[in-house]
Every structure is written in C-alpha cells, then in structure tokens.
Ligand binder design. Sequence first.
Ligand SMILES: NC(=O)NCCC[C@H](N)C(=O)O
Length: 420
Amino acid sequence: MSEFGVHSEVGRLRRVMVHRPELSLQRLTPSNHDELLFDDVLWVERAQYEHDKFDSVMRERGVEVFLLERLLAEALEASEPGRRRLIEVAASEYTVGVSLVDEVRQLLTDLKPDALAAHLIGGLTVAESGLDVGALRSSSLPAAAIDDPSMFVLPPLPNTLFTRDSSCWIYGGVSINPMYWPARRLEAYNVAAIYRYHPMFADASFEFWYPELGDEGRFEAQDFGRASMEGGDVQPIGNGTVLIGLSERTQARMIELVAKQLFAKGAAERVIAVVMTKDRAHMHLDTVFTMLDRDAVTLYPKVMDNVRAISLRPGSAPGTFHVTQEKDFLSAVADALGVKKLRVVETGGDAYQAEREQWDDGNNVVAIEPGVVVAYERNTFTIAKMRAAGIEVLPIEGFELGKGRGGGHCMTCPLLRDPI
Ligand SMILES: NC(=O)NCCC[C@H](N)C(=O)O
C-alpha cells in the first residue's frame, strides 16, 4: 500500500492532516471576522480544547493525525530551498510592496522554523516584525501608511483550520487549491511547501493534480483568470468517480483542468459535477452532502433536491471530454458506486431545526471507517436519524470550532484512506 492516497469517502481513514487552532484565530475581531470568513470571534483556548478532543477521537480509532503547523515547521527546517521559496512568495511585491520586500524577507529568514511557521499562518504585525517603520517612512509607501503597530505585515490565515479546502487528495494524488476568497488564497503556499519539501512527502511518490509539479506560478496566474476550486467541493467517492461541487467556490473550468489530469493518468474515469446554488450557508458541497457508509449518505434536502448532476468522462481523443446530463444526483452517485439505491439520512427536525442544523454542519461529517462518523453533538435531530439508520456517531463538541462554519469533514484533509 502506498503511503498517501484517498480512495473513497468512507473507507478506513488511516492518515489525516488537521490544524490545531492557534494565533490566527486570536487575531479575529468584531471588525475583521466577516472579511476573514468567520461568523463571530472565538474563545481560542476552548477551540483548542475542542480540537484536541476531536484529534483524540480519531487517534483512539487508529487514525494517524498530523498537525499542519508542525508539518510546515518541519518542512522549513528540512529544506533550505523550500524555506527560501516560501519566504519569497509570502513576502512578494504583491503582498508587502516593492519597497519592503527585502526587509521583510530578511526578517522572515532570521526566524527559526517554528516561529516562521507560526507567523506564516498566524500573521505578522508591524510590532512583532521589528520593522523600523520610522526609518523606512521616507522610502516606502506601505511603511509611511502604517499608523498602528497592530497592522499586519503578513495577514493571518484563520481558515487554515479547514484543512479540507486548501488541498485535497483525489485517489493517488493531491490538488493544492487556488481558493476563491482573498482571505484564503495564501493558505495554498503553506500547504504547497508541506507537500513539496517535508521529507515525509518529498520521499513519497504521488501525483500533483494541480498545479503540476514545479508550477507554483499557476497560483499567480490565478489572480487574473480567477478560476478557483476548494477541497470542500471534492469527494473521491470510490470506483474511479469524483464528485465535485460547482458552488460559490469552484467553477466548471477549474473542474475540467483537474479532470483532464485525472483522466490522463487513468486515476479516475468519471467526474460528477454537482451544480449548486451559491450561498454562504452552503459554500461547498460537503456542507450539504457527505457520505456515511458504502451505501449511505446524509444531505440537506432543501439544497440537494435542487442540484443538477453532470457527468464528465474522457472523450475519444486525449484531453477531450464526453459530457452527459444525469437524470438526478442520487441515482448518478448510486450508479457510480454500484449500489441499487442509496440510504439517505436527511437533516433532522422540522424545517426550522433542519435549517439550523445544516448551518451548524449537521450534514458535514467525516467517516473514520464505513458506517462510523464524527459529528458535532449539537446536531441532535440529525444524529438521532443517523443512529436510527444504523450509523455509529462519535459526537464532538464544536461550540467554538463551528463559528467558522465547518464541521469534521471541513476540518480534515485525509492523506490516506482505503478504498471501499
Ligand atoms: N469544506 C468546508 O465547507 N469548509 C468550511 C470553510 C469555512 C471557512 N470559514 C470558509 O468560508 O472558507
């Protein structure tokens, strides 16, 4: 068995990457949380406690849990070129300004790997940076514009918590995702550094579905074309099929790019694009649909009853596609999985309760093995229905973690998962 690869949504989860809440979340304030895609500020110590419990639930079930910040620090420690490259892209003309590039790159270079990783995720304020703003005022516009030492030289990336989105494994390879909102775009550089330079990955063999190896320039190109894809839309359900939500965050043109790579390597033979309405409450496919078992799914009917499914298969010539409209989404998924009919657990409660539980990630569960999922305990109506359907539910607290609008599925980036 290879060391990395995700061959289903519910096969045994063996290795996963998560992110323990840290400095970036301490930077959330009432005035910036909207822009940073959180619905409130968090009690960070409690979020850490909740996250630690989540990790233990997975570890007790035999999952090997890797922490993103640790992997990043280890990658920066292990690879001098990697460290240089990440500093270059994090502190560029576009992120800090022409006049500050050299200064900021130098002060990042002086940081030890642990501190560098902490600030690449947590952000770096003027006060923390030690920049001599007074001396720079006459030669630098960004420095002259600084009027508060709590301003950011590097922005915090609080959505790093949702490791599902910035990168996602599809069968034998990974996609490092160009993300939709500016608040999340820089996350891709940190995860790219992990996959390129951490010894655990550098020594392993796997594909890069996006961007192609060594083509980090494709992230800069994104700023013009604005094609984006986020991992919360991507589900490699097994049997050579991948579901990809065509949501607020993921466009058809980006799905084609990834599908082309998958088909060229024979890694998948069908992509089912799921055309969804665009809304904050269901920004990704996995906020309204996740798998529970080989033949069971949970979904929020108000959204999923109205999606359109379109299958993409390799065309007759390399690099071309054969596209067909599906009769409906669930029968397309059942067909792809080779099951007669899927068992469906809808969001629980009356219309009000269901809408509230969807908002609190009631349908956003992560499977540890077939029929065993982790869910936020507050979603009592949906959990009751899952249990009635024979699903083993491992409840976790999520009062703080949930404020960013993501549950167990969003907070996990599976690195190794068995087929079904
Ligand atoms: N896969 C997911 O649905 N992830 C949740 C992402 C929440 C985050 N605050 C965001 O808006 O991007």
